[in-house]
Ligand binder design. Sequence first.
Ligand code: GLC
Length: 537
Amino acid sequence: MKRTLPSWLHKAVFYQIYPQSFYDSNNDGVGDIPGIIEKLDYLETLGVNALWINPCFVSPFQDAGYDVADYYQVAPRYGTNQDLEKLFAEAKQRGMRVLLDLVPGHTSVEHPWFQESQKHKVNPYTDYYIWNNSIWDMPLEDLQVIRGYGERDAGYITNFFWFQPALNYGFTQTDPAYSWMQTVDAPGPNMVREEIKKIMSYWLEKGASGFRVDMAASLVKRDLDKTETARFWRWIRDWLEETYPDVVMVSEWGSPAQAIPAGFHVDFLLGFNNPGWVSLFRKRGNGRWRDPYSWSFFDESGHGDIRQFLDEYLYYLEKISDQGYIALITGNHDETPRLANGRSQAMMKLIYLFLLTMPGTPFIYYGDEIGMRFRDLPSKEGGYTRTGARTPMQWSNEKNAGFSGAAAESLYLPVDPAKNCPTVTEQDADPDSLLNRIRELIRLRQALPALDADAKFEVLYAESGKLPFVYSMTKDKQKLIIALNPSGQRVSIDLPLNISDTVPKVIDAPENTEIKRMDSGWHLSLGPVSGAIYRIS
Ligand code: GLC
């Protein structure tokens, strides 16, 4: 089947909202949907045109809502289904789309399907989840089994925490030694697949523009090369192409080479699977961000290595060949610490210059546009080490940083107590602030075809252990050169003459950068922690 990419995706700049922490409109200490609606004007001034909201459905919130107990009902603490519909409509009026978070792989143990499934007596939900034959069965190496829950003499397979039982999509490789492993076309998996489609339809009819899909690769078990999981998602995409062609699916997969052919429009690069992405923004080589011997690329020391990122990125870019996009994120509710930790404002501005001039789909995590910081906090709702990246948005220097009128002790999480904690109000008023810089860069991205998601990306200079990093972006006969120097030292380089015959025009560059024609080529010189955009055609 022919795939099309909705045209709005070419210019999409996403903003991720963790609803508990964005804005509390009714002063109960927890953010809510009417609160998001109140802040749409702010989001419009930022220039983002798409939102992703973390799960906002009925849940016991043992994993911040990734343990859904009713897919069809907004959690009362966030408001009502009507509020969510109003959000879709109000966002639409401002030219913004809203993506919900779909958790297809598991539910809460409190979900009525699971409550039926755990019963001794066989019923229509018995095979909605994956149960082994007896609680006395020995554990397996590759599947987490929870024993001792409920009436049924069986253990269930869980996807993440113990209270997130895996829905039954079947097994690619079954095993005669375990008769309970069902094939993907068994009745249980067939019913589960239809349920997911039904949930999606319900919210798309109400006005959602798509979904960010939680643990999208996790569905079918013992599916080593993900063939059967991908078959499911392609089935979903085929249906969307026919029924909702403007809808967008974004996967939490961390492998665009698998996710895009599987039918997703966009896939994230993420900490758990993408050391190249980690090497850009987080000081952690080999998965350990606290490792003092590994340097992120965006570090004043200049010790970072852009090849670590590019080798991964270019591999994926080639594999997805115009069928979808890679999402570069500033962070999310799982990634730690936040981007701004340990970084200067100049470095943050440079990071956004990069993020907003790369192809694909950029995602800004709420608060990262003002440089909110991560703090070590006790776990809240299954956040554990992630909790400090989920604190209330800092709107102003009023009570609770303007997040809520509730007593400080009853807030979802404490606001940043630092005297100099960044706020929207303060940065709004400062023409030089990070916030205003991001607004400017988003405007530029919207205005220039060469900054579209599908523009052609070419590396002009990227050497291991050397700087700067220079690339070009081309679309519709427009060609831009982008040069970045994250180090605290001035760096210079000679680019070959053939990149341009005429003097490149400055689109966006500080005074301490210059590009000059020499006999040997174009001489490009960048001051400490700076970056520039030039137009060459
Ligand atoms: C995803 C979510 C994470 C959640 C997990 C289980 O990784 O982003 O927050 O805990 O899935 O649903």
